[in-house]
Design a protein. Structure first.
Length: 149
């Protein structure tokens, strides 16, 4: 059963059948965090995440995508509201709806990275990493498999 939040003519829904992968791709390919992303990568990421689509009537105008194991951890990604709809509090409503979702409430930690929206996320209790020096990342080198063992 999809999780939904309604407000006037707007809907936030986790129903994957409502998502418009082409519209999501059209927006993400213009962002600093996913510039040039391939359509098939966007489609695969949507299939394997808990997605909160933001809709005005039947048109998708925003998204928040949570990558999660549904038990302990989540990573919040691809949060956006299309430009013509900004300034109406829809981004705040979208993140608020996400953090109230029962599956999200069970997680021990949700992380995210942002270059310019710290104020939005602080309203919901997001803080800088307590020990950023404890966190590492791995990026596969181009054209080489990882070492064995």
């Amino acid at each position: 059963m999809p999780y939904e939040c309604r407000q006037a003519d707007f809907l936030i829904s986790t129903d994957p059948a409502r998502l418009d992968p082409e519209a999501v791709h059209a927006f993400l390919t213009r962002t600093y965090w996913a510039a040039g992303v391939a359509p098939e990568v966007v489609a695969r990421s949507l299939r394997h995440s808990l997605c909160f689509g933001l809709y005005h009537q039947d048109r998708q105008i925003g998204l928040a995508r949570l990558i999660t194991d549904y038990a302990t951890f989540g990573y919040l990604a691809d949060v956006y509201v299309l430009e013509p709809w900004r300034g109406r509090g829809l981004g705040q409503w979208l993140v608020g709806c996400l953090v109230r979702h029962p599956e999200v409430r069970r997680l021990r930690s949700v992380r995210l990275a942002t270059r310019d929206a710290h104020g939005l996320y602080r309203r919901f209790g997001f803080t800088p990493l307590e020990h950023p020096d404890h966190h590492l990342e791995w990026r596969p080198p181009p054209h080489r498999p990882p070492p064995e063992g």
